[in-house]
Write a protein that binds this ligand. Structure first.
Ligand SMILES: *Cc1c(COP(=O)(O)O)cnc(C)c1O
Length: 382
């Protein structure tokens, strides 16, 4: 039996949780209606506002990232409302499916890993829609969608803009106010490097106004109730207190590092993986003309011929490193390496080193050492 404490998880969430955050969770459980909890909640809301680059209200939900997605859609979309959903990966599909549950959904679909068609999105909005939902960093394919452009389209057509920033906020530049994002969503186990189980959402005044008209919003995730409670330093229902400790500590760590440095570190991590892949002859899964559209927090690559994903994963795991595969129809075809959260350059280097050794052993990499050298030079340059 492998000791799970030794496994380096290089998947795109959950990410390794550093000891400082783990220790913070070991504090006693407190009354969630007291001043001590209010101080924690208030600090988290303020520090999150920095990461989101927003003056909008921040609300914390006890639930994984998807609870934030459902809160956003469910509070803005009822039977009488229409939502346009951008679908070019697994998480875009999730917005589509949630939309169908609550109201009318118009999906704008491209093949997974292909840039969205902005004209098609504009056409869908022209037919009249209350909101548009998009995943900023599509984790399933390692690609960034054009948030600023979609924000402009939303404004032009007077639709609210919901953005899943679950694997971008805190790792990649996200400008909620500048881009006009009405509801932005973050998950605790991704870029801030806390354990899974909390979601944070920023909500604009426009979005709160719209919520007044929406029939049958979710009960547990009613954002109007969450806002009322937040004003008193509380949550409507009992929050996951240990996760609040963790998120508070994670946000302090992010704050100490500084947002700019944090984004640079994420960008360097992903650039190092891409450089190594290139040197080893491994192709990116998304083929993007604009290099800036490659994700800074997760790199999705094609499984090279000569090895199966399962073999690759097992041999990496034998060396105590966990990598991710593809989801749905991409299972077996792609593999993904995260550069997300409080990772250090050495985590990237050791992952690339081991991957290169395995691929070399299988006769896939001939110029042994080129991958690690490429990764190293990216990480050292910065
Ligand atoms: C991880 C992730 C989610 C949320 O998943 P949960 O399992 O509910 O935390 C949503 N969107 C994206 C882009 C993600 O990467």
């Amino acid at each position: 039996m492998m000791n799970t404490e030794d496994i380096l998880i290089m998947i795109p969430g959950p990410v390794p949780v550093v000891p400082r955050i783990l220790r913070a969770m070991a504090k006693p459980v407190i009354n969630h209606r007291g001043t001590e909890f209010a101080e924690i909640l208030n600090e988290c809301r303020e520090l999150f506002a920095d990461l989101f680059q927003t003056r909008n209200d921040i609300l914390l939900l006890s639930g994984s990232g998807t609870s934030g997605m459902e809160a956003a859609v469910g509070n803005l979309i009822g039977q009488d409302e229409t939502i346009v959903t951008i679908v070019n990966g697994k998480f875009g599909e999730r917005f589509r499916d949630i939309g169908e549950r609550y109201g009318r959904t118009v999906p704008v679909e491209s093949l997974w890993g292909y840039p969205l068609d902005l004209d098609a999105a504009a056409a869908a909005l022209e037919n009249g829609a209350d909101a548009i939902a998009m995943v900023h960093n599509e984790t399933s394919v390692g690609m960034l969608n054009p948030a600023e452009e979609v924000g402009k389209l939303a404004r032009k057509h007077d639709a609210l803009f919901i953005m899943d920033g679950i694997t971008s906020i805190g790792g990649t530049e996200v400008l909620v106010d500048r881009w006009g994002v009405d509801i932005a969503i973050l998950g605790s186990q991704k870029c801030i490097g806390a354990p899974p189980g909390l979601a944070a959402v920023s909500v604009s005044e426009r979005a709160f106004e719209k919520m007044e008209d929406v029939q049958n919003p979710p009960y547990y995730l009613d954002l109007k109730e969450h806002r009322k409670s937040a004003k008193k330093g509380q949550t409507p229902y009992t929050p996951s207190i240990p996760l609040f400790y963790a998120v508070q500590e994670a946000l302090r760590i992010a704050h100490e590092e500084g947002l700019t440095a944090r984004m640079k570190r994420h960008a360097a991590g992903a650039a190092a993986v891409r450089a190594a892949a290139d040197a080893m002859g491994i192709e990116m899964f998304p083929q993007l003309d604009e290099k800036s559209r490659y994700s800074d927090t997760v790199t999705a690559m094609k499984v090279p011929s000569g090895i199966t994903f399962d073999q690759m994963k097992q041999e990496m795991l034998d060396s105590s490193i966990l990598i991710a595969g593809g989801q749905a129809h991409l299972k077996g075809n792609i593999f993904r390496i995260g550069s997300m959260g409080n990772f250090r350059p050495k985590d990237i280097l050791i992952t690339i080193q081991m991957l290169e050794s395995i691929l070399h052993k299988h006769g896939i990499v001939s110029d042994f050492g080129a991958g690690i050298e490429a990764a190293g030079s990216v990480l050292v340059d910065r």
